[in-house]
Design a protein around this ligand. Structure first.
Ligand code: ADP
Ligand code: MG
Length: 324
């Protein structure tokens, strides 16, 4: 199968919203009047972001999910995406699985594939997403103000727990590993929550490299500091009942490492004025996405951690950095 047959079979579908999709030199998007285009790219590299033998269906899901997560973080509605694909060889079973996972998530979000590039080489996937947001309403990293509440959606740390198990650093019972692995391989982009937080959140970003490291970007962009209750964040690990059981035997530091600096969570971290607590609760309910208030924005720069008793927790939970 050649390049063009491959594109036609696995990556071409009629477009509905875009003015022009796959097949010409450019795709054409027609943003509605009064809207800004939100654009973001994320690349996944074999051996770096995923294991060579990962289920291709899950990989198709994840490649798009991590991009949709960026749109969610900006409060943008997904419109379209492009896929740049480098493949070592044409394996139809792999392509069928990959495209199935990708299309399922694309359809769930009404996001269309409008173009891309296909070449031979080491397995590498780069998606660029396009979304729309009413002019001036995008959720940015720079809007946090002293006194704002800090929230995180969903759960934290399970993807890291699965990674530690897959790397052979820890052992998890089959059922616990399966649940954690689902979070690692099939993250849920929080698009409905991002949309519901427009006009409510003062700042937002998605948690991809670990909560503390990512939160630090909001704090820097906003010129503020924060205090975070680690008792609350430790409770956000979904397999927490196991990790704190006698059988689990994970110490507090390991749970903190997973939840505060785990990476691959794809949850939203956001701030909102404390006067908007009811609006945050309404956004959470409307989007059917749990959110937890985990701390407060402070005027004084720096990120402080406290435990359940309000005692300081030493901050040494490094987040993921590709070059360190
Ligand atoms: P060009 O040489 O003009 O860049 P290509 O021959 O690379 O065009 O691609 C032909 C068409 O197929 C283009 O419309 C391009 O956007 C689309 N395309 C290529 N690879 C992919 C892919 N992996 N997924 C979706 N569309 C693709
Ligand atoms: Mg090309």
């Amino acid at each position: 199968m050649g390049e063009f047959d491959l594109i036609a079979r696995y990556f071409t579908r009629p477009v509905r919203q875009a003015a022009l999709g796959v097949g010409d030199d450019c795709a054409l998007l027609a943003p509605a009047p009064g809207m800004q285009l939100a654009v973001s790219s994320d690349m996944l590299v074999e051996g770096r972001h995923f294991f060579a033998d990962v289920d291709p269906d899950a990989l198709g899901h994840k490649a798009l999910a991590v991009n949709l997560s960026d749109l969610a973080a900006c409060g943008a509605k997904p419109l379209a995406f492009t896929l740049a694909l480098s493949l070592p060889r044409v394996q139809e079973a792999w392509l069928a699985g990959f495209s199935r996972g990708m299309w399922a998530l694309a359809d769930a979000h009404g996001c269309e594939l409008v173009g891309g590039d296909t070449t031979q080489g080491p397995l590498n996937l780069c998606i660029t997403v396009f979304g729309e947001v009413p002019t001036g309403q995008a959720l940015l990293r720079s809007g946090a103000r002293p006194g704002d509440d800090i929230y995180v959606s969903g759960t934290l740390g399970d993807a890291r727990l699965a990674l530690e198990a897959l790397l052979g650093h820890i052992t998890l019972p089959g059922e616990v590993l399966a649940r954690a692995r689902q979070r690692l391989e099939r993250p849920t982009p929080r698009v409905p929550l991002g949309l519901a937080l427009r006009g409510v959140a003062s700042s937002a970003m998605d948690v991809s490299d670990g909560l503390l490291g990512d939160l630090a970007h909001i704090l820097k962009a906003s010129g503020v500091g924060a205090i975070i209750d680690t008792h609350l964040t430790s409770n956000l690990i979904a397999v927490g009942a196991y990790s704190s059981s006698a059988e689990g035997q994970f110490d507090q530091n390991f749970v903190r490492q997973c939840t505060l600096a785990g990476g691959d969570d794809y949850e939203l971290a956001f701030t909102a004025p404390s006067a908007r607590r009811a609006a945050v609760a309404a956004a959470s309910q409307a989007s059917n996405t749990p959110v937890t208030r985990i701390g407060t924005v402070l005027a004084e720069p720096g990120l402080r951690l406290v435990d359940a008793q309000g005692q300081p927790v030493e901050h040494r939970y490094a987040s993921f950095d590709h070059f360190q």
